[in-house]
Ligand binder design. Sequence first.
Ligand SMILES: [Zn+2]
Length: 302
Amino acid sequence: MKPAIRIGIDLGGTKIEIIALDHEGHTLIRERVDTPRDDYRATIAAIRQLVLDAEASLNTTGTVGIGTPGAISPATGLLKNSNSVCLNGKPLLQDLRLSLKREVRIANDANCFALSEATDGAASGSEVVLGVIIGTGTGAGIVVREHVLTGPDAIAGEWGHNPLPWPELDELPGSDCYCGRQGCIETWLSGPGMARDHLHVTGNKMTTHDIVLRAEAGDPACDATLRRYERRLARGLAHVINVLDPDVIVLGGGMGNIERLYAHVPMLWGDWVFSDQVRTRLLPPAHGDSSGVRGAAWLWGR
Ligand SMILES: [Zn+2]
């Protein structure tokens, strides 16, 4: 029998969030607790308790999907690159299965974001969806017909550590990236990347939030920073469009809140897309900050 509800868990470094959805996507329960500090066993126990409490209060059982930063090996369920370092190298998937006495699905938070927006969000009804998170870092996930494309190495869509394509002379070699290379897309398109570019060009240290506000108020230097950012984002996305040709690209993360990107970037990216027309649409997320936890719930489909 098909379980009555879909439970999603967003496992972050500071908070664990749970959501229970019905098959239409209505929220039945939503709650957050602090993530136990540096304690793997306590984290597993906290997730178990959240799931059991939700099921008890709804008087039913559900499927469980987990979204978390980092990459999860499809073969082993071992987590790597998580910012919750106590989870790295742990058999998170197996331990959750044992603890919850059922199958559990797990995915990277960018994949969950893409799945949420593809299932019942901004890209609902689209066949191929690229979900891009641009915030403190850059990540992305690909969803095809409401299924996350994982890949044998669980890196499908991860373009943040490719080099910025079609670089201009003053963009070379680019800043050092924590991954060991220089000029990665992440070093340009993350929030810190925009702030660093603004500092480098103008000598003024400002937050991205202030740069955007000042640009809106007509400050020419801040507007120019946003224009450079838009050209870089257009090139970064054109590169992906040439490979994937998605129906929709949805931008999440803090930088996805910059409204002008949705009008400006599609006017630019045609210069680099190998096509006489670009029908790919660039859209803001419908579920905003809820997309991670909703996508985790949709790992079991609608
Ligand atoms: Zn890198």
